[in-house]
Write a protein that binds this ligand. Structure first.
Ligand SMILES: Nc1ncnc2c1ncn2[C@@H]1O[C@H](COP(=O)(O)OP(=O)(O)OP(=O)(O)O)[C@@H](O)[C@H]1O
Ligand SMILES: [Mg+2]
Length: 353
């Protein structure tokens, strides 16, 4: 059974895309079959995974788009009333890591936002729209089956629109990537408020007989929270701020006192002992990730996670090389531990459910 995990935070630039790529690669290196889904019309994940750097790359990517399907063309049968059913997307194998695939994004995916919003508001009362709320879930399930996937990681856009509402509420699990700064504290506060509304809608939609009997049925509502990931790479006025620790504490405090109670009320938490077994505290912090510094540019250049860059890809010698290899080792441990936690949390729920 596939586990669908959404990486969600409506605040931009908190490392949703970067974490999706690094984590997905690590899960695949542990023998899992993983599909990375780019649902952000910015298509950053698609750009990183397919290595968009030179003009030649552009032609290669254009060819991929012409021969493989993507999130938008995959959903077109439902959203553009085409006389054919939704089919699995022909995902692209990601070079360098076996078992890792990309379901490419599309800039035009945002065009479906308004129609989906209307369909979700009306929840089945207009016949022609009843197939839309379950369409994304149907596409992902069919694709997971085709690729025999263990995990689907969904890289979401920074918004609170209808597409994100649908993606999150039809996922099995979600992670909240966040950065240690004031705006992330604000974002967690606002997430806490929106989640209750979305959960109320999802409960209603999954019990709605019209949506259940649609060509693409709206799935059961089973969402659970895996935890937060705190990154401290923000650079303020050219310097890393010295106040990171304070902001990390503020983030954890806001999660504990604002987000967790909402998660509890909406039954989005796993049993407490499942988190404690993974050494997670009351703020559900899965891991803290520090600044990748110069490794991030090389990672993007080579479409390879920071921890998996080879000596050749690093292109350095002497002390600089040594220092970067030391950092890589630390990041490898961080992502390996994170992947282990995610495997443990998600499988514990599947067993107990
Ligand atoms: N740990 C890190 N250290 C240094 N830079 C990082 C780190 N994580 C992410 N970045 C950089 O920060 C920027 C934002 O990251 P990313 O695009 O992953 O965020 P995002 O949440 O997906 O953004 P958006 O909301 O726009 O989709 C990127 O330039 C990325 O390379
Ligand atoms: Mg992104």
């Amino acid at each position: 059974m596939v586990h669908k995990i959404a990486l969600f935070n409506h605040k931009g630039g908190v490392s949703k895309t970067t974490t999706t790529f690094n984590l997905g690669w690590m899960l695949a290196s542990k023998g899992k079959r993983v599909i990375l889904v780019d649902t952000d019309p910015q298509c950053n994940l698609t750009g990183i995974a397919l290595k968009e750097e030179t003009e030649d790359d552009e032609a290669r990517i254009e060819n991929i788009y012409n021969t493989h399907s993507n999130i938008k063309t995959g959903l077109a049968p439902a959203f553009e009333s085409q006389p054919r059913a939704i089919e699995a997307v022909d995902c692209v194998p990601i070079e360098g890591q076996e078992g890792l695939f990309l379901l490419p994004g599309h800039v035009g995916f945002a065009e479906y936002e308004v129609t989906l919003g209307i369909a979700q508001e009306l929840s089945g009362s207009i016949q022609t729209l009843k197939n839309l709320p379950g369409a994304i879930s149907d596409l992902l399930e069919k694709t997971a089956n085709q690729f025999n996937a263990d995990y689907i990681l969904i890289d979401m856009s920074p918004s609170l629109g209808a597409i994100n509402q649908n993606l999150l509420m039809t996922s099995d699990f979600f992670l909240v990537p966040t950065t240690a700064d004031f705006f992330s504290v604000m974002a967690i506060d606002s997430l806490s408020r929106i989640l209750s509304k979305w959960c109320a809608w999802a409960r209603m939609a999954s019990a709605n007989p019209i949506l259940k009997e649609a060509a693409y049925p709206f799935p059961e509502f089973t969402l659970k929270f895996l935890g937060t990931i705190v990154q401290n790479y923000r650079i303020i006025r050219g310097k890393e701020t010295a106040a990171f620790q304070t902001w990390i504490e503020k983030i954890e405090d806001t999660v504990t006192h604002k987000l967790v109670p909402v998660l509890e009320q909406n039954n989005l938490l796993l049993p407490k002992q499942v988190y404690t077994e993974q050494s997670m505290n009351g703020s559900c912090t899965l891991t803290k990730i520090s600044n990748f510094n110069s490794l991030i540019a090389l990672s993007q250049q080579h479409s390879t996670p920071v921890y998996a860059l080879t000596t050749e890809q690093l292109g350095q010698t002497g002390v600089v090389l040594k220092a970067n290899q030391k950092k890589q080792k630390e990041f490898k441990t961080t992502f390996s531990d994170l992947a282990d936690k995610i495997i443990a949390l998600s499988s514990s729920y599947a067993v107990s459910a």
